[in-house]
Ligand binder design. Structure first.
Ligand SMILES: [Zn+2]
Length: 498
């Protein structure tokens, strides 16, 4: 995400036909149709990623009614207990019930392995716990089935989270379904209340197979790739999407927007804009393709078949990242500075820092936001605009310097809940970006590049914490970085601003 405060300082289908995925299970060779179907969401050379882990599997059917706007659906989650503990409750996030979403998500029935189960909710209905009929043992698989309804606000981006809202032709329906909470080894289910500062969702990688019914004049954009499309006699459409391994499943329905598309390294990139300035679709597509090309080269390849950029009414922030989709505030398309470009680059970098390499955004937000902010600088270097890379860096230095002048410095490891009084953006984004610059100066260009590539290769589809990043950097430089990490991340020792 990029929040508004940065304004003050920045001066300026091509679906591959599924090929069968064959998995070796001991002596037997298994063809898994769920996995085989998922290949449509992957870049052809990354199909093998689908066999890496036993990810949880979501199958959903959703009916959209933009006149509400509201939706209803059913969801089946096949999950494996990959912990050492028995589960007597399975927890799901119901994000739209948070006041910032201004909407509602209600679970209307719940079964575990076919048995109706009782439930309870927590923190203003933002979490629902389903009691298991009998304990789910480590290694055991189980199937949760629920029906749900949801509704959202309209034209409400001035007062609520614009990514869950229908406005300016975009019904953005982020986090609209019951989303499995993470189970943290040694701690238990992640049932913390949501901190509204920063990004909301913290979830594990899963595979999604989603069938959506909607009026035919609404265009569906999702985290996945479309497998099938048909119109129905009554002016409707039914579309089926698969996601590949993604951190959540984002969904938007668009009406009247125009699109431009291109292909980069085997990924189809689509830019959707409002119809009053169709040339903006090509402008934002050019930025998105440049960013994807640059980051593929610098970080390692984006593994999915599609990436979409949507002009949306976010109003209170510049951009928001979802797996496979980024939302960009509509007004940025009308400016004559580089803010649209910076924002698109930042949000696309989140496909690596948040999407592929996960972290606890509610605990260690600097891990993804700091590196996404530093990716703005890497982007301008890569496309050959070094003066803008310097301007971005100078802007972060100025924000961090002002924070220190007012006595607001804090360790990067401070959770967002501890960063009140306007300190969230200066610490997480500005100081976060500067940490990566300090790291780069310390270990040199070659080791820094090895760190970026090695970090993505080792941590893709996983969730990492601060010490994992330290280890990846130390491995790349074959050196000790404890002092640097302590000064920037663990303590608020006065560091030299790089
Ligand atoms: Zn961000």
């Amino acid at each position: 995400m990029i929040r508004l405060i940065l304004l003050l300082v920045i001066v300026f289908t091509n679906v591959t036909p599924p090929s069968a995925i064959i998995r070796d299970e001991g002596a037997a060779t298994v063809i898994d149709p769920f996995i085989t179907t998922q290949t449509a969401a992957m870049r052809p050379d990354r199909v093998a990623d689908l066999t890496r882990e036993p990810w949880d599997r979501y199958t959903m059917r959703v009916q959209l009614d933009p006149s509400g706007p509201r939706l209803s659906g059913d969801i089946t989650v096949q999950l494996t207990n990959q912990t050492e503990a028995e589960f007597d409750t399975i927890w799901f996030h119901l994000y739209p019930n948070h006041p910032d979403f201004g909407g509602r998500l209600d679970v209307t029935s719940a079964l575990i392995d076919g048995v109706p189960v009782p439930s309870r909710t927590l923190h203003g209905d933002t979490l629902i716990g389903l009691s298991t009929p009998q304990a789910i043992a480590p290694g055991q698989r189980t199937t949760v089935t629920m029906t749900f309804t949801a509704r959202g606000p309209r034209n409400a981006s001035q007062r609520i989270f614009g990514a869950y809202n229908l406005e300016a032709g975009v019904w953005s329906i982020a986090s609209f379904y019951p989303m499995l909470a993470r189970y943290i080894p040694g701690i238990g289910w992640d049932t913390r209340p949501i901190v509204a500062r920063g990004d909301f969702t913290v979830s594990a990688i899963a595979l999604y197979d989603v069938t959506i019914a909607a009026p035919a004049d609404w265009q569906l954009v999702t985290s996945g790739s479309r497998l099938a499309y048909q119109t129905t006699g009554d002016g409707g459409q039914i579309s089926r999407f698969v996601s590949g391994p993604q951190r959540e499943f984002y969904l938007a329905a668009l009406q009247g927007l125009v699109a431009a598309s291109a292909e980069v390294d085997g990924t189809r990139v689509v830019s959707y804009v409002q119809p009053d300035d169709p040339a903006a679709a090509e402008r934002s597509l050019a930025i998105a393709t440049a960013a994807l090309r640059a980051f593929n080269q610098r970080f390692g390849a984006y593994p999915y078949a599609e990436l979409e950029v949507i002009q949306a009414a976010l109003t209170q922030f510049y951009g928001m990242e979802y797996p496979g989709v980024v939302l960009i505030e509509q007004s940025l398309y009308r400016r004559d500075d580089r803010l649209l470009e910076t924002t698109i680059a930042h949000e696309i970098s989140h496909q690596w820092w948040y999407g592929l390499v996960g972290n606890d955004a509610q605990g260690e937000a600097w891990l993804d936001e700091g590196l996404a902010s530093y990716s703005q600088i890497l982007y301008y270097e890569m496309i050959g605009v070094p003066e803008q890379a310097r301007a971005e860096l100078d802007a972060f230095r100025a924000v961090y310097r002002r924070l220190r002048e007012r006595g607001g410095d804090a360790p990067l490891a401070t959770p967002p809940s501890g960063l009140s009084d306007g300190r969230y953006v200066p610490v997480v984004y500005a100081k976060g970006a500067l940490f990566f610059h300090a790291l780069r100066q310390r270990i040199g260009e070659e080791a820094f590049n090895a760190f970026l590539q090695g970090y993505v290769a080792a941590a893709s589809y996983r969730e990492i914490a601060g010490p994992d990043l330290l280890r990846a950097a130390e491995q790349a430089c074959a050196c000790e970085l404890d002092d640097l990490f302590t000064d920037w991340v663990i303590t608020a020792n006065e560091v030299t601003i790089p």
